[in-house]
Design a protein around this ligand. Sequence first.
Ligand SMILES: C[S@@+](CC[C@H](N)C(=O)[O-])C[C@H]1O[C@@H](n2cnc3c(N)ncnc32)[C@H](O)[C@@H]1O
Length: 200
Amino acid sequence: METIRGRTSLEIDLNGLKERVIDYNRIALDLGTGDGRYVRALAEQHPDWFIIGLDACRENLREHSRAKLRNMLFIIASAQDLPGELNGLISHITINFPWGSLLEGLLTGDSSLMHGLESISRSNASVDLHLNGGAMAEAGTTLEAGTEKTYDNLIRSGWQLGIPIMINASALRNFPTTWAKRLAFGRDPRAMALSGMYTR
Ligand SMILES: C[S@@+](CC[C@H](N)C(=O)[O-])C[C@H]1O[C@@H](n2cnc3c(N)ncnc32)[C@H](O)[C@@H]1O
């Protein structure tokens, strides 16, 4: 699979990945990580966690992926075609403010995305999603209806989720991703949080 650090990409195989994560029990994946700011913040705060950021787009990752943290890795891949090296490895998945084909996959219950999420998850893996109103409007739906579709699709795929929770501008301001800050000061500072776990 292709990993990236600054402007440099590096192929890592399963053994290479195992060597990096061997000392860590909690391995988190941030899907659609954008510029990787969230991953870097988690890696700095939790030296005992290994945090992986994954995005289809490499350009935004240059700055944060350069940080010298041994518990952080960035992968260039599509969420619909997750690297097989991640299978059964991930104990926690985050998806923050998805748009484009990642959001579309959640809204339609795209089987390649849903199977990928199942494949990479350990038993009892947890998931946290944040969905925002503007991205839903661009996808042709509303925050409420889009959250419900996402919720139903994840439940159908075996995830157990709590009731969606509305979060406001002040919560967005304090949430450590670049997109959360942008939304907090934008025209539609509304988002929904979904949390749950995968039980096999
Ligand atoms: C609105 S940004 C949010 C970025 C980041 N999570 C944050 O909160 O700052 C959505 C991200 O999803 C990524 N994305 C969209 N579709 C994707 C896909 N199919 N696979 C991987 N990443 C995808 C985009 O490249 C973009 O970086």
